[in-house]
Design a protein around this ligand. Structure first.
Ligand SMILES: N[C@@H](CCC(=O)N[C@@H](CS)C(=O)NCC(=O)O)C(=O)O
Length: 150
């Protein structure tokens, strides 16, 4: 497909950022609940939710605003995608505590914070004060890339 990221680790070649994050965390047994645990169910629920309900509409917006050749863009889909994102953001806001899973930082916080950060390019967190506060907290973490703090 010619896309990034791609993880090459020994015989393992993985695409899809969410799968890569999950695989790395499982392999290192860090930042992720144990497979089969109730916490892992919650973790994976929000990982899949982020990929399908939050990340996907952001891609629709980006493609139709900028990435696709002009003749392939469908501008009418942009408000629909924004509405889809906002609906999902409402569900996330209602379900989110200090972290995605209980009281511990996990790889799901990394991908969700990154996705929320991306949504701010289109001001899509307006009206979601708890998501804004969550994102601010994640951005203040020492491991957060400097480029996201600007
Ligand atoms: N669902 C994939 C999306 C991968 C993707 O679209 N990556 C973009 C950069 S963020 C890319 O490589 N675009 C180049 C292209 O589409 O030609 C993931 O999460 O890894």
């Amino acid at each position: 497909m010619g896309r990034v990221p791609v993880l090459v680790h020994g015989d393992v070649v993985l695409t899809e950022s969410f799968a890569i994050c999950t695989w790395l965390a499982d392999r290192e047994r860090r930042l992720i609940p144990a497979p089969g645990s109730p916490e892992r169910g919650v973790h994976d629920r929000w990982m899949f939710f982020c990929a399908t309900e939050l990340d996907a509409p952001l891609w629709r917006i980006r493609r139709n605003k900028l990435l696709l050749p002009e003749e392939q863009r469908v501008e009418e889909d942009i408000p629909r995608a924004m509405a889809d994102f906002r609906e999902a953001a409402g569900i996330l806001q209602a379900g989110l505590g200090e972290f995605v899973v209980g009281g511990a930082f996990t790889v799901a916080d990394i991908v969700i914070a990154h996705t929320l950060f991306w949504s701010t390019w289109n001001d899509l967190l307006e009206g979601f004060p708890r998501l804004q506060e969550y994102l601010e907290r994640q951005l203040r973490r020492p491991g957060c890339p400097e480029v996201m703090r600007r």
